[in-house]
Write a protein that binds this ligand. Structure first.
Ligand code: HEC
Length: 113
Protein backbone atom coordinates (compact mmCIF):
# COMPACT_ATOMS: atom_id res chain seq x y z
CA UNK A 1 0.00 0.00 0.00
CA UNK A 2 2.69 2.43 1.01
CA UNK A 3 4.84 1.50 -1.96
CA UNK A 4 1.89 2.08 -4.27
CA UNK A 5 1.33 5.56 -2.82
CA UNK A 6 4.98 6.41 -3.25
CA UNK A 7 5.04 5.27 -6.86
CA UNK A 8 1.91 7.30 -7.61
CA UNK A 9 3.58 10.33 -6.05
CA UNK A 10 6.71 9.68 -8.07
CA UNK A 11 4.69 9.45 -11.27
CA UNK A 12 2.81 12.64 -10.40
CA UNK A 13 5.97 14.60 -9.69
CA UNK A 14 7.54 13.31 -12.90
CA UNK A 15 4.47 14.56 -14.78
CA UNK A 16 4.76 17.95 -13.10
CA UNK A 17 8.45 18.10 -14.03
CA UNK A 18 7.57 17.41 -17.67
CA UNK A 19 4.84 20.04 -17.59
CA UNK A 20 7.10 22.73 -16.19
CA UNK A 21 9.74 21.83 -18.73
CA UNK A 22 7.33 22.34 -21.62
CA UNK A 23 6.16 25.62 -20.07
CA UNK A 24 9.77 26.77 -20.18
CA UNK A 25 10.22 25.67 -23.77
CA UNK A 26 7.22 27.73 -24.78
CA UNK A 27 7.64 31.42 -25.50
CA UNK A 28 6.45 34.48 -23.63
CA UNK A 29 3.35 35.90 -25.35
CA UNK A 30 3.68 39.34 -23.69
CA UNK A 31 7.25 39.70 -24.93
CA UNK A 32 6.08 38.45 -28.33
CA UNK A 33 3.40 41.17 -28.51
CA UNK A 34 6.14 43.81 -28.32
CA UNK A 35 8.17 42.10 -31.04
CA UNK A 36 5.17 41.73 -33.36
CA UNK A 37 4.82 45.37 -34.46
CA UNK A 38 6.53 44.84 -37.85
CA UNK A 39 4.56 41.65 -38.48
CA UNK A 40 1.25 43.50 -38.15
CA UNK A 41 2.06 45.54 -41.24
CA UNK A 42 1.22 42.45 -43.33
CA UNK A 43 -0.44 39.91 -41.04
CA UNK A 44 -2.76 42.49 -39.42
CA UNK A 45 -3.61 43.23 -35.80
CA UNK A 46 -2.88 40.13 -33.71
CA UNK A 47 -2.03 38.30 -36.94
CA UNK A 48 -5.76 37.89 -37.51
CA UNK A 49 -6.45 40.20 -40.45
CA UNK A 50 -3.81 40.00 -43.19
CA UNK A 51 -3.69 42.97 -45.55
CA UNK A 52 -3.93 40.68 -48.58
CA UNK A 53 -6.04 37.55 -48.98
CA UNK A 54 -3.02 35.42 -49.88
CA UNK A 55 -1.08 36.42 -46.74
CA UNK A 56 -1.57 33.82 -43.99
CA UNK A 57 -3.54 34.28 -40.77
CA UNK A 58 -1.21 33.67 -37.81
CA UNK A 59 -3.72 34.21 -34.99
CA UNK A 60 -4.82 30.97 -33.37
CA UNK A 61 -2.37 28.84 -35.35
CA UNK A 62 -0.53 26.16 -33.34
CA UNK A 63 2.46 27.60 -31.52
CA UNK A 64 4.82 24.81 -32.64
CA UNK A 65 3.69 25.22 -36.26
CA UNK A 66 4.42 28.97 -36.19
CA UNK A 67 7.82 28.41 -34.57
CA UNK A 68 8.69 25.69 -37.10
CA UNK A 69 7.66 27.92 -40.01
CA UNK A 70 9.81 30.80 -38.73
CA UNK A 71 12.81 28.49 -38.19
CA UNK A 72 12.42 27.19 -41.74
CA UNK A 73 12.28 30.72 -43.20
CA UNK A 74 15.33 31.64 -41.12
CA UNK A 75 17.34 28.62 -42.27
CA UNK A 76 16.17 29.04 -45.87
CA UNK A 77 14.50 25.61 -45.91
CA UNK A 78 11.21 27.38 -46.62
CA UNK A 79 11.61 30.04 -49.24
CA UNK A 80 9.73 33.33 -49.45
CA UNK A 81 11.39 36.59 -50.37
CA UNK A 82 9.56 38.54 -47.66
CA UNK A 83 9.66 36.05 -44.80
CA UNK A 84 13.26 34.90 -45.31
CA UNK A 85 14.26 38.49 -44.60
CA UNK A 86 12.06 39.01 -41.54
CA UNK A 87 12.77 35.62 -39.96
CA UNK A 88 16.48 35.91 -40.67
CA UNK A 89 16.69 38.77 -38.17
CA UNK A 90 14.96 36.80 -35.38
CA UNK A 91 16.80 35.15 -32.48
CA UNK A 92 15.55 31.72 -31.26
CA UNK A 93 13.97 33.45 -28.26
CA UNK A 94 12.15 35.92 -30.56
CA UNK A 95 10.75 33.01 -32.57
CA UNK A 96 9.42 31.33 -29.40
CA UNK A 97 7.89 34.59 -28.11
CA UNK A 98 6.28 35.51 -31.44
CA UNK A 99 4.87 31.99 -31.86
CA UNK A 100 3.43 32.14 -28.32
CA UNK A 101 1.91 35.56 -28.99
CA UNK A 102 0.26 34.82 -32.34
CA UNK A 103 -1.03 31.40 -31.25
CA UNK A 104 -2.76 33.05 -28.27
CA UNK A 105 -4.62 35.62 -30.39
CA UNK A 106 -8.36 35.28 -31.13
CA UNK A 107 -8.94 34.04 -34.64
CA UNK A 108 -11.43 32.62 -37.08
CA UNK A 109 -8.90 29.95 -38.04
CA UNK A 110 -10.61 26.59 -37.71
CA UNK A 111 -10.50 22.98 -38.80
CA UNK A 112 -12.61 22.26 -41.86
CA UNK A 113 -13.92 18.96 -40.48
C1 HEC B 1 5.92 42.49 -45.88
C2 HEC B 1 4.87 41.59 -45.43
C3 HEC B 1 5.18 40.65 -44.24
C4 HEC B 1 5.70 40.99 -43.03
C5 HEC B 1 6.13 42.37 -42.52
C6 HEC B 1 5.74 39.76 -42.25
N1 HEC B 1 5.24 38.72 -42.98
FE1 HEC B 1 5.04 36.77 -42.35
N2 HEC B 1 4.37 36.25 -44.20
C7 HEC B 1 4.19 37.10 -45.26
C8 HEC B 1 3.79 36.33 -46.44
C9 HEC B 1 3.48 36.89 -47.82
C10 HEC B 1 3.75 34.97 -46.02
C11 HEC B 1 3.45 33.74 -46.88
C12 HEC B 1 4.78 33.26 -47.43
C13 HEC B 1 4.77 31.87 -48.02
O1 HEC B 1 3.94 31.60 -48.90
O2 HEC B 1 5.58 31.03 -47.55
C14 HEC B 1 4.12 34.97 -44.60
C15 HEC B 1 4.17 33.82 -43.85
C16 HEC B 1 4.42 33.79 -42.49
C17 HEC B 1 4.36 32.61 -41.66
C18 HEC B 1 3.97 31.20 -42.11
C19 HEC B 1 2.49 31.04 -41.89
C20 HEC B 1 1.95 29.71 -42.34
O3 HEC B 1 0.73 29.52 -42.22
O4 HEC B 1 2.69 28.84 -42.80
C21 HEC B 1 4.69 32.99 -40.40
C22 HEC B 1 4.75 32.11 -39.17
C23 HEC B 1 4.95 34.42 -40.44
N3 HEC B 1 4.78 34.87 -41.72
C24 HEC B 1 5.32 35.18 -39.34
C25 HEC B 1 5.71 36.51 -39.43
C26 HEC B 1 6.27 37.24 -38.31
C27 HEC B 1 6.48 36.66 -36.91
C28 HEC B 1 6.55 38.49 -38.76
C29 HEC B 1 7.19 39.63 -38.00
C30 HEC B 1 8.51 39.37 -37.45
C31 HEC B 1 6.14 38.54 -40.15
N4 HEC B 1 5.63 37.32 -40.52
C32 HEC B 1 6.22 39.67 -40.95
C33 HEC B 1 4.33 38.49 -45.25
C34 HEC B 1 4.89 39.22 -44.22
Amino acid sequence: MKIKTISILAAASAAIAVMSFSAQASGNADAGAKKAETCKACHGEGGAKPIQAEYPVLAGQHEDYLAAALQQYKSGKRKNALMNGFAGALKPEDIRDLAAYFSSQPSELKMKY
